[in-house]
Structures are given as C-alpha cells and as structure tokens.
Design a protein around this ligand. Structure first.
Ligand code: ADP
Ligand code: MG
Length: 386
C-alpha cells in the first residue's frame, strides 16, 4: 500500500503545499455469484487491501488540478465543464464523478489532488470503480458535505455509465464504497439490500491469480449470454407468469420446465439459478465458520461457469486446476466475466507461499504464460485517512 508520507511528499512536490486530506477506496474481488448481477441475482464480493488514494487540498476558484503519480501526468478542468479529456483518460473518472455530483446539486469545491494507487489497472480488480469512489469521497471532503455510502455507489456507477461510457453493474462501486474489513458483502442486486458476512480475520488469505491472458471475446460473449438469459425468462414466463428475471426461478421450477427450453438456453439458465443458490449457501457456510463447505461451493461455481455457462478458457481452467492440487486450498474459481482475467482462491496462510510457486510453475508449464498473484485481505470500503 502506498505510504501516507510518500503521498504527502508527492503532493508537496506537485503543488508546493501540504494536502489537507487523504482518502482511499479499494478494489474488489467477487468471491462467488458470477453472471448473476444482470439477472437481478446475488453477488458476494470483498473489498481488498489494494486501493486508490487521493491526497487533496480544496481550492476556491472552482478548478480541479490533478497529478497522476502512476502516469506522471497532470490534468486540469473547471467544475461545471462537462468536457471529456481525450488525452488524460484516467482523469475522466474524476471529471465524470464531478459532473454527476454537480448535476445532483452537491456544493462542489475545486481542489488540488494527487491520485495514486495499488489496484492493478485493467486486471479485473476494478481500479476504475476504486478511482470513482475515491474521487467522490475527495469531493465530499473538499466541499464539506457527505453522501450516504449506498448513494455514493449509485452516483459513481452513473459516472462510469453516463460519462466514461461503460455499461457496468452496481457491484464494483457498491463494494468499494461499503466494504467492511474481514467481511464479504452479500448484495442483492435487485433491492440493493446487503449483508456483511464475516471472513476469518486470520489463518486464511484470498489469493487472486491473474492469468495475464487478454480478455478478447468478452463483449460479444457477454451480450450473447445476456440475451440467452432473457430468452430463458421469456420462455419460462408462459408457465411461471410471476417471474421477472432468472432470480425469481427456483431450481425445482427449472427442472420441471427443462424440456421447454433449448438445451443451450437451459444450461445458461441452470448456471444462473444454481449460482444464486450457491451464493446463499456460501453465506450460511461462512456464518457457520465452515470454510470447507464454502470452498466446495467456489469449486462448483467454477465448474458451472466452465461447463454450463461456457465463459471460462484454457488459462483459467489450468490455473484453477493447479490451485486445487495444492494442500491448504479450500476452493478456487474464475472471477469476473471470464475468457481470461483472474481466478480467486481461498488459501490457508501457511500454504500461500507454496501456492504461488506451485500454481505459477504449473500454469507456466501448461500455458507458457506467467501468472501474477495478489495476496489479499478483505478491507474496509472508502474512508478518509487524514
Ligand atoms: P479495471 O476497472 O478492471 O481495473 P478499467 O479499464 O475499467 O479496468 O479501468 C482502468 C482505468 O482506470 C485505467 O486505465 C486508468 O485510466 C484508471 N485508473 C485506475 N486506477 C488509477 C490510478 N491509481 N491512477 C490513475 N488512473 C487510474
Ligand atoms: Mg473497470
């Protein structure tokens, strides 16, 4: 994690004075509940101890001046100007949050700000949501107002959708804003109700493995899966008129009407319906302290994403299989949309070193690629540090 004194020094270097505040917002990993969000279902992410940090100082002239410590670049804009910057893509996340907050009437003030962070970019850990949520909190502190965390998440999601132009769900901003140390959050993506569920505070780590495989097919396959889920709902509605989304379909209902669905659509629906059940089972398992059961559910989730939803790939499968072969691993699965990106494994602390060397070597042997590992703990959501 970036040291606070380094960040203060970097601010002094960029702006010639001391910052009056420092905020952070974390990246995230989804432990289970994949491809359920656009079916009104359940997700189960944890905020991780990799975050975006912003050191700032308010200005009275309505200007925002930014220094990106990661990119070594400046950006500046006037509050109230909705213009996108083509050159500084990174600054658009900060601008976008400002535009949305202004449109909602929040009393924004300008600021000088240094942006830095440890969330790996474009690796599936949602550095973009972390940057949006950190930006929102920076505006709150600079302008001396505060936004309720769930509302903050919704406003940041709007910034990403309406300003940056990525049609994301609510999970990433939600967990970055509301995460809790040593907990995962079970989020109902329909009602936005959520439930913090304890993870052991010692003894086990969340290990994220990046396949470093570019996620080529993601967009078209994602749209196709969404359409297949909608088709399943439309067909099932004849027999089950009360349903609005796959979230409303019980496993027994799906079994009963299996013959009415095209076999591919049936498999897609089965993944979503059972994945929602697995999230609820995971909550029960963790609340009972049953890590073995939770690990099994993670494994089942991966197998379902591989066989029924068909969004895994050789690299993800190789990494998951290698992980499951290591003693001390409770469970391992792909996380994120699929076709590359990351795996998440629950690993006994005593096995974390062995995990990285054994899985790294086996993954290299099977794919010719290098893996990158991030050993995480579940961290708090957005907060002011100074
Ligand atoms: P992901 O959210 O999976 O990490 P995205 O492509 O959605 O990937 O967002 C990554 C982009 O977010 C980066 O290219 C950069 O523009 C911006 N970003 C994230 N973190 C930072 C940071 N610490 N400093 C500057 N820009 C950042
Ligand atoms: Mg993103």
């Amino acid at each position: 994690m970036t040291d606070l004194s380094d960040l203060q020094a970097s601010f002094e270097h960029a702006f010639g004075s001391r910052p009056t505040f420092v905020v952070r917002a974390p990246g995230r990993v989804n432990l289970i509940g994949e491809h359920t969000d656009y079916n009104d279902g359940f997700v189960f992410p944890a905020a991780i101890d990799y975050d975006v940090r912003i050191a700032g100082r308010p200005r009275d002239d309505g200007e925002v001046r930014l220094w990106s410590a990661l990119f070594g670049r400046r950006a500046r804009f006037m509050l109230g100007s909705g213009r996108r910057s083509r050159r500084g893509g990174w600054s658009n996340y900060v601008r976008g949050v400002g535009v949305i907050l202004a449109s909602e009437g929040y009393p924004l003030r300008g600021m000088d700000a240094v942006v830095t962070g440890t969330v790996p970019l474009s690796s599936g850990l949602s550095s973009s949501a972390a940057l949006e949520v950190a930006s929102c909190l920076a505006y709150e502190v600079a302008g001396d107002f505060s936004i309720e965390p769930k509302r903050r998440a919704l406003l940041c999601q709007r910034a990403e959708r309406e300003y940056v132009g990525v049609q994301c769900g609510i999970m990433d901003q939600f967990i970055s804003s509301l995460g809790r140390a040593d907990h995962a959050l079970m989020i109902d993506t329909r009602s936005l109700d959520y439930r913090p569920v304890p993870l052991p505070s010692s003894g086990v780590s969340i290990v994220i493995g990046n396949t470093n495989k570019p996620r080529g097919l993601v967009d078209s396959a994602y749209n196709e899966r969404r359409a297949q889920c909608e088709e399943g709902v439309a067909l099932l509605q004849d027999a089950l008129p009360g349903i609005r989304a796959l979230r409303d379909v019980a496993p027994s209902d799906l079994e009963r009407h299996a013959a009415e669905l095209d076999p591919v659509v049936l498999r897609r629906c089965r993944h979503v319906v059972l994945e929602n059940e697995r999230v609820l089972d995971s909550v029960r398992a963790l609340e009972a302290g049953d890590l073995d059961r939770f690990g099994l559910l993670m494994n089942e989730s991966h197998d379902s994403l591989r066989d029924d939803y068909e969004v895994s790939c050789a690299e993800l499968d190789a990494m998951v299989e290698a992980a499951r072969g290591v003693e001390g691993v409770y469970g391992s699965r792909m996380t994120g949309a699929g076709f590359g990106g990351c795996t998440v494994s629950l690993v006994a602390d005593s096995a974390v070193e062995e995990f990285q060397s054994a899985v790294g070597a086996e993954y290299r042997r099977r794919t010719g690629r290098e893996a990158t590992f991030y050993v995480c703990r579940a961290s708090a959501g957005a907060e002011r540090l100074l």
